[in-house]
Each structure stands twice: as structure tokens, then as C-alpha cells.
Design a protein around this ligand. Sequence first.
Ligand code: 17E
Ligand code: FE2
Length: 420
Amino acid sequence: MISQGGVKSMLFKNLFIENATEAVDIRVTDGKFEKIAANLEALPGEEVVDCGGKLALPPVIESHVHLDTCLTAGRPRWNMSGTLFEGIQCWEEYKPFLTKQEVKDRVNKAIRMQASNGIQHVRTHVDINDPKLTAMEALLELRDEVKDFMDIQIVAFPQYGILSYPKGKELLEDALKMGADAAGAIPHFEFTREYSVESLNICFDLAQKYNKLIDVHCDEIDDEASRGLETVATRAYETGMRDMVTASHTTAMHSYNNAYVIRLMRILKMSGMNFVANPCVNVHLGGRADTYPKRRSMTRVKELTAEGINVSFGYDDIFDPWNPLGNGNMRDPVFMGLYAGHMLGYDEICNSYKFVTTNAARTLHLGDAYGIKEGNAANFVVFDAKNWYDALNYDVSVLYSYRNGKLVAETKPKETTVHY
Ligand code: 17E
Ligand code: FE2
């Protein structure tokens, strides 16, 4: 790295950015992308990293995960039925063990697993149906402690509901006042349809009062009559909050009849809101009330995408009561999402990195600051493959993850010899 007059500069040679077919070089100066072009000459003394024709992407984004519950699977017991509801019960049995330090220890591990896979932005839901808000306090402290290598967005998530849990509304408001970035809701888990609609009104009112984003756990159930989504979309439209609003899961949409979806799609488009699907976990938790055929319970990613609606993918859970597996590598939800969503067309595969990069950046409302372009902070990852198709197919490592021009994580490429 050269340092002349306090300006530090590095040159990364020979990278394919996103789906580009021509390789370019990237000069990073003082933590920013200064110049992106083919065949840049190294400055005298400049550190040069030859990337050898590998894929560069903007940082990977985890747009939906529950970090407060991560790494707790099997404690105090395993979720044997594999249902969402037994998962909630297992979590309830874990809650007495929560302390601020215990939460931070687990989350510190999980976010380093995420960082090793090129993730630099995470939106986490944090259960606020806890009179002490222990996990919320832990995550708020951690958000600050890790900001040099990870951006954490926190959604105040009422696991048992806003109106169906004692003082649910007050706890949601407290969490927003404490500093949560977004308000959540769980309309399909409220006791009644009336509570469901009213809880969404409360969520929107509080988000507007405190100028927060919204991310609703919306219709995560195989019940075709679960219709929180139409209310979320209508409020997003009427309030003008639009792309500040995200509907997560929306698995009931998998089961809606097509006539209803055609009517619904109009307001979904008008709303300008975002969707997050969680393919691994919803395929695992879904269809559990079915004999055969068993529904795959992923929301209509292909159809929403075709309508120009923004969809990103989340892992949802890293080794917890809702997912006994999970290492935080966003390759997994992309892989599962493409299979479960019938999206293995050539172009669909080539573009699928967007579910965990650019689309997720829109969900998180990151704006123009996100992306590999001159003037932006030098945040990018290099995969051990020449393009995304191969990176996905061969499950390659993230060789480097850079943030503000500084190396956050690196992995040596895997090397195998077959002796025949
Ligand atoms: N809680 C919930 O309601 N749904 C989920 N998918 C998880 C927690 C992980
Ligand atoms: Fe979730």
C-alpha cells in the first residue's frame, strides 16, 4: 500500500464485477473506490493484488435472520415435530437462560461465521416479547461494538404478537425508543383477524412516530385464509412508507388461490414494498399439516420477481429451534430458493446473487452507498470462481471480504487431489 501525503492506495487486478464479461482493475484509495477500469497501471510503490480473473460482488447481505436465537438448537430440547409452533415453544423454554452476556457470546460467534462468508450487512429480528428486553439490549450494544466489520439492523419482533401478549404494544414502543431500526409484527399469530389488522395499524403508527423502517413476519403459515399481506401492502401504499416496508416469509401466499393473487398483485405493485423469502427454513417448517402432496411453502418468488417487485433471501435461522442446521452462508438459501421456486433457468441462476446482494440492499434501504462504483466505500468480496454460476455450483469460498479498503476476512481456496 503506498502512503503519499496520507493517501493510501491499493490496486486489485483482474476482477469480473457481477455479471461483467470483461475483467477490470480496481484502485482503492483511502478506503474508497477511486477508479474502476481495464488495464490500470500500478503507481510507484502501490500494493498490487492480482485477483486472477475472479468474481467480485458487493458485500453479501443477510436480509432476514434471528440472531437472538442463533446457536441454541437442542437446548433445552430439540424441536422434534419441525413445526414453527414447536420452535416457538422451544425458544420459550430457552428464554429463562437469557442474559445479556450469553446472547452476546452466541451472536459474536454467529456474525463471525457470517463475515467469513462475505456478509457485511445483517438485518436481525429480535424477540421483544420479554418484559426485560434482554436480547434487545444485547443486540443494541453489539450493533455498536461490531460496526467496523458488520452493519447490523435490528427489527423489534413481537414473537407472540402485539395485541396477544401482555403489554406487547408497550414493549414494541420501548424497543423502538431504545434504538431498534425497524418495527415488526406477526399478524398470523395474533388471536383474531381483528387483532391481526389492528396490530398492523399499531406497527405502522409506531414506525411513523419514531421514523423507523417496518419488517413484518407476515402470514408464515400454510393457511390460505391468512391475509395480513393485503393490509401491510395497503398501509405501505397509503402511508407513503412504500419501500421502507418489508413483508417477510409470506408463505401463505404459496397457498392462496390464483384468482386472489391476481387481485392482490395490483396493490403489492402499487405499494412499492419489499419481500423476503427464507427458502431453507420455510421448506423445512412448511407443509407440516399436509399428508401428501406436501406444500413447499415458499412465497411466490418467481411471480413477484416477474412483476418487478423486490425480493431478497434470508437464512432466517442459524442452528436454533427453527433450523437444526445452518452456518450463515447465504449460498444455502439461494440454492434452496432456486430449486423450491423453479428458478433454475440459465439467466435465473446467473442473476441469483442479487437475492443476497443488490435486492437485499434495497430491502435494507442502503441506498446508493451500496455497490461497487467509483466514489463509494471500498466494500466488496472476491469469490474463488470466475462467475456467480460457478461460485454457486461449486460452493466456493469467499477469498477476500474488504470493507472501507480493509481486509475483514480471507479464506484459503480449497484444494483436493483425486488420485485416480
Ligand atoms: N419465529 C417465527 O415466528 N418465525 C420464524 N421463522 C422464526 C422465529 C425463525
Ligand atoms: Fe423469521
